[in-house]
Design a protein. Structure first.
Length: 368
């Protein structure tokens, strides 16, 4: 049994090393004409001073398309200040699909003829100045049909927020390939031609998850979904409801693809069960193997973080690594608990709404 455990831990280390080995050193960007950044906003959005400043500092030019539900004073004020660069579209309130999806579909209908490159971002990210240019690079060069970054959670504390960050970091640094990449809606791009080829409006119609719907449709259409590995995009996390955040993320997966959820849960379950054996019956040698692998993974992840994000962001992100070095078994058990909890219901609370979802489609929604 000890050899099985050692092999399992070696594979986890190899996976993180694989990510590090494929991290681009020459981070080329493209700045084509006709790029539009699409941002879905809640109507109580405060204007996102840091986000807007970061978008204004991007190395690639773009037009900003803000999609709201109804009246969003901050969005309308921004549009009034920069009418040539910022467009605001009000989608209204959805009745049979996710509110974010509803706003994105309204934005797609508001595209102008000159909009040739579509970049989707979330309002809670702190994007680096290369974000737009890096996402567009593989598209313009013909290396991908859909390009995506991934979320890097920045815990605002050392406790539960850092634990959730540790779970998410396991996912962020998984080996990735065009045949096994699922896009993240917080930093994703495609050409207008690809959106029309997918019939993106209909792909999203009636759905709750934008990125899961796009990813699964892309797989079915045999598109090239390319991860931009150096785009680990900072996203602060803190406050209450952190475990609920994790459950919701996995509930998006299980309600869209039970097979994908089962595969992911099976992999984590093996690691969680291995730690249970190591701590209960494996002895000091098994525990040493587990901790040794955890420390190597944490060291490599620290280098990945330092290479991918700004120093202040890296300092916060590294808080999550403390869980992996001090109690890696807790991270595995928490990850498995979130996955199992996600499968207990088809109800998802998100953005002020309660949704009941079946096979990715919203079958009922009510105000939270």
């Amino acid at each position: 049994m000890i050899w099985v455990w050692a092999i399992l831990q070696a594979l986890t280390v190899a996976g993180v090393l694989n990510y590090w080995r494929h991290l681009p050193r020459d981070r080329k960007v493209e700045a084509p004409e006709g790029a539009v950044v699409i941002l879905s906003l809640r109507d109580e959005w405060d204007g996102g001073a840091d986000l807007i400043a970061r978008l204004q500092g991007q190395c690639a030019p773009f037009r900003l398309l803000l999609a709201t539900s109804g009246t969003c004073p901050a969005a309308e004020a921004l549009g009034a200040r920069e009418p040539d660069r910022v467009q605001v579209v009000a989608a209204g309130v959805a009745t049979d699909e996710g509110q974010k999806v509803h706003k994105l579909r309204a934005a797609l209908r508001a595209l102008r003829p000159e909009d040739r490159w579509l970049v989707f971002i979330d309002a809670d990210i702190a994007p680096p100045e290369r974000l737009v240019g890096r996402l567009l690079f593989p598209l313009v060069r013909g290396k991908a049909d859909i390009a995506t970054g991934y979320r890097l959670l920045l815990p605002q504390g050392w406790g539960m927020a850092a634990l959730v960050g540790a779970v998410e970091m396991q996912l962020a640094t998984l080996p990735r390939s065009p045949s096994a990449t699922m896009p993240w809606g917080g930093a994703m791009a495609m050409s207008r031609d690809v959106a029309e080829r997918l019939d993106l409006d209909q792909v999203l119609a009636g759905r709750l998850s934008d990125d899961m719907s796009i990813g699964l449709a892309g797989w079915r259409a045999k598109l090239r979904l390319r991860p931009v590995r150096d785009l680990l995009v900072a996203s602060p996390i803190g406050g209450s409801g952190l475990l609920g955040f994790g459950v919701r993320q996995y509930r998006h997966i299980v309600t869209n693809s039970a097979g994908m959820w089962a595969l992911a849960t099976g992999v984590v379950a093996v690691q969680a069960a291995g730690w249970l054996w190591a701590l209960g019956w494996g002895g000091w040698s098994a525990v040493a193997i587990g901790y040794g692998a955890a420390w190597v993974r944490a060291g490599v992840r620290s280098r990945i973080i330092g290479s991918a994000v700004e120093p202040d962001q890296a300092r916060l992100a590294r808080r999550s690594l403390l869980w992996d070095t001090a109690a890696p078994f807790v991270v595995s058990w928490a990850h498995l608990a979130v996955q199992l909890a996600a499968a207990t219901s088809r109800r998802i609370r998100w953005g002020g709404w309660n949704y009941v979802v079946r096979r990715g489609r919203v079958i009922r929604m009510t105000r939270a």
